[in-house]
Design a protein around this ligand. Structure first.
Ligand SMILES: [Mn+2]
Length: 350
């Protein structure tokens, strides 16, 4: 297993591929970096680390976020230069139309950038690069840095930079971005991090002056009072435990969100509480948004929530963390989830 992942990493980090990547970036006159909808710490870390580096190389990319990013990430370097497509739709579409190179970070298919950006991205004739750690990326990219053998897209970007001739430009700002990505995508080093290479990378980030304690406080000890009360409400009133299936879920209606002045990012992390219960191996969070029910899935061990999300809700992600959207009503979605669970009674008993 270790040997296999070592080999995979060598293929991903092939020197000539890295050279090709930087030569595309340096020759680009309209470079766009696209994040997925509801960008998380990893997506932001990946995009902004690249932006900081590219600016040092004399290239100024436009970083596009499909919608607002969480306020607890607003301290990140250059975050104030991110173009928010939901606020400036035409500007974002124009940037994509004019781009000669597009880098997608932390997602594997353009529909993950949301319905407004999906078609402009598909129609674009730009050279398309993907840097990502989700399985089965779409086939329409021209250059792939894609592996599931890493904690995060940010860690993968650190590997790429470290193995390039531009590592001499690496600095504290980039290290902070990468650190945020690794920290948030591993739940503060509690999952997807059983790999010595992750800790070796983190050790190197520390040498660039990253204050891991301060970053942890900025990201996790920065919740609004409303968000904290939403968590309390979720655990006390909206958590359903199904011991017979070793499963649990939390469901939040539009009303729940409205009552707690919901902001982007406020639901982040809430799903993990359902898995912290003794004997629970699978959990879900359902949040009712404007026109969709957003589903987050988490599991322990070998129970593959990516497969579950694909089969029942056309979603996907990673083996222990996946997501999906449901276009049924909240009630129908919960019913469908409970019915689907029956298939997995044996698989969940471990
Ligand atoms: Mn990620």
């Amino acid at each position: 297993m270790l040997f296999l992942s070592f080999n995979l990493k060598n293929i991903i980090l092939d020197k000539s591929k890295i050279e090709q990547f930087f030569s595309k970036v340096e020759s680009s006159s309209n470079l766009v970096i696209v994040m997925h909808k509801n960008p998380d710490g990893d997506c932001m870390g990946a995009a902004l680390a690249l932006k900081v580096l590219f600016q040092k190389l004399g290239v100024n990319p436009i970083v596009i976020s499909p919608n607002n990013f969480p306020s607890f990430l607003s301290w990140m370097p250059l975050s104030d230069e991110i173009l928010i497509a939901s606020k400036e739709k035409e500007k974002a579409k124009l940037a994509i139309a004019e781009a000669d190179t597009i880098i997608s970070v932390d997602f594997n298919a353009f529909h993950r950038a949301g319905s407004d950006l999906e078609n402009p991205l598909l129609e674009s004739e730009a050279y398309k690069i993907i840097i990502d750690h989700h399985i089965e990326p779409e086939k329409y990219f021209d250059l792939y840095f894609s592996t599931t053998q890493t904690s995060s897209t940010s860690e993968l970007i650190f590997d790429i930079i470290e193995n390039s001739q531009y590592f001499s430009h690496f600095n504290k700002e980039m290290a902070e971005c990468i650190y945020v990505g690794i920290m948030t995508d591993t739940g503060s080093f509690s999952y997807a991090c059983n790999n010595s290479s992750t800790y070796k990378s983190v050790a190197k980030l520390m040498e660039f002056g990253v204050d891991g304690e301060a970053i942890h406080r900025l990201v996790y000890d920065n919740y609004s009072f409303d968000r904290m009360r939403l968590l309390g409400h979720s655990l006390y009133n909206k958590l359903v435990v199904m011991p017979e299936y070793h499963a649990s879920y939390i469901w939040l209606s539009k009303e729940d969100l409205k009552n707690h002045k919901f902001q982007t990012g406020d639901a982040e992390g809430i799903v993990n509480y359902g898995l912290s219960i003794q004997g629970i191996n699978f959990t879900a969070l359902f949040t009712e948004r404007e026109d969709v029910i957003r589903i987050s899935l988490r599991s322990k061990g070998d129970f593959d929530v990516n497969k579950f999300a694909r089969k029942h809700f056309s979603g996907g992600g990673h083996i222990n963390a996946s997501g999906a959207d449901s276009h049924l009503t909240l009630e129908e979605t919960l019913q469908k989830f409970e019915n689907a669970l029956k298939e997995y009674k044996n698989d969940l008993n471990f």
